[in-house]
Design a protein around this ligand. Sequence first.
Ligand code: NDP
Length: 476
Amino acid sequence: MQVLNFVDGAFQNTPQVLENVTPSTGEVFGTIPRSGAAEVDKAMAAAKRAFPAWSKTPVAERAACLERLADAVRDHADVLAKEEARDNGKPLSLAAHVDIPRAEKNLRFYASGVQHYASESHAMEGEAINYTLRKPLGVVACISPWNLPLYLFTWKVAPALAAGNCVVAKPSELTPVTAYLLSTWVKEAGFPDGVFNVLHGLGPEVGEAMVTHPDIAAVSFTGGTTTGARIAGHVAPKFKKMSLELGGKNPAIIFEDADFEDALRTTLRSSFANQGQICLCGSRILIQRPIYDKFKEALVAKASKMVAGDPLDPSTKLGAVVSEAHMEKILSYIGLAKEEGGQVLCGGHRLHPEGVEGGFYVAPTVIEGLGPACRTNQEEIFGPVVTLQPFDTEEEALALANDTAYGLAATLWTTDLKRAHRVAAGIESGIVWVNTWLLRDLRTPFGGVKASGLGREGGFDALEFFTEPQNICIKL
Ligand code: NDP
């Protein structure tokens, strides 16, 4: 497939293109534009021209455009799921049941949400009335990663557009196809030219040109912590708004009184879903000592049975990791874990499933015997690799859980209600799941603390981010 930029309502290519590789076989299956500063200038100029009219378009009309775009996602759900699986390596079943339905929901959620977003007013006892206008910012940059391509792309562009901003968006160069397909329906959904622009290319080239562009009003970024820090270095000195959703090293804490089977089943999923490439996956499993051996054996038995296969086969549950470079990074972390004294209980190597031998597959890997301070337990691996650590007391569990630079999400398993509240409140993270994982209500604030990011997405938080409050005080 030939992916093209979508700028000012028209499709454009660049003189140089990049190859798009499917991780399922390692083969090239298309090209994408290699955009840079020139394409960003054009997209920014178009978005700036479109902003005055779009920002004054009635909210209901903006919402209707988003609804029509959501209809297009629904009508093309099958092709989107297939393309997402081919582009990313994720199992088709996951793309079809999670990624694509969620992309549709994101668009509908903000089409509705913006119509319920009201300004506040504060009366000063007969003296004055204040009200707060929430004004769109202008042209915003939305940059998203490769792990949940259309899901995270729409999670940003939907609130940005709903709030009346014009958007220049960039999906990851590794997974551009579904964002491109979305851009093919933007015009028929009724968005005026220039309102919603999608550029493709390399992060350090086109992404960097977007975040350093003088006319950009805000940056919404999801990706790695190092990239986030680099972007913050550009954006912060210009006093522009930024929302940064970054990496994690999430703990899953399993107390001895947990519902064993439920904790086991869900921990298997939270460890290896999407090949461990979800920022919310639990990668450090902390188990209370009385059940440590039993839980370890059961988890290893289940993980060893997971079979990797062609992502496009509907029965596949474990697909490929996103690229050869990423596979090498994951394998090198497994090597590091061994050097640090870790014992690999299962997995630990590349797989070559029948029929797709050249693809980038890593066996689900469980490691024990490592202390909290080692690099394996401190750095984000972002693959199907988890470590196990025993603990004795609640205090020790909390200390281990919080012993990381990150603070995105945590999972906690106990049937003791008081302990659930106590421990949840003590964890330094933006999200805590108790006796579940990845259960998401789109109205809740989503984001991390510490090195996991800045700001919150979701619900009205995203609409707040994409608007500037203005207080107007009228003397009575
Ligand atoms: P990266 O930080 O490498 O890239 C994220 C996006 O930023 C991509 O579109 C990338 O483009 C772009 N980019 C790269 N360099 C620059 C730059 N200098 N300026 C502007 N944009 C740039 O992350 P990954 O794509 O590898 O995604 C994985 C990371 O994302 C993990 O750390 C994961 O934890 C995190 N993540 C966080 C989530 C959260 O909500 N907190 C959710 C999902 C993932 P390109 O790929 O084309 O180079």
